[in-house]
Design a protein around this ligand. Sequence first.
Ligand code: I3P
Length: 128
Amino acid sequence: SSPDSESSTPELEKAGLLNKTKIAEGGRKLRKNWNPSWVVLVGNSLVFFKDPKAQTPSSWKPGNSKPESSVDLRGAQLHWANELSSKKNVFRLRTVTGNEFLLQSDTDSVIKEWYNTIHSVIERLDRE
Ligand code: I3P
């Protein structure tokens, strides 16, 4: 792969499994409900799919899976938020519409890569 295929080029897609819970909707606090989520970063959006491993093999086909939800990263805020959970490696993503998510991985390198990648997309959008 090319040298910057996994580093800082924000246009590039990134995908992987993270633990996710939504904690606010339109500024209104929600009860936590952690679930594994297949997270895809494409363009200016973070798109969430249900964990493919939690589904039957036949239900997980490329083109056959519709996103659970999607987040517009323009104007979003990203902060490490280990004080908001008993879990380690947690960050909080807040959209301009007041939707808030916690994302988590037990693997330090995985969560750092996601943080850095999302952060660089938000910064790029801020400069536009
Ligand atoms: C919640 C559940 C969450 C936990 C949350 C609990 O209980 O245990 O996993 O968040 O803690 O309230 P319930 O299943 O009864 O809703 P963390 O795993 O992130 O700690 P919280 O209320 O301190 O956020």
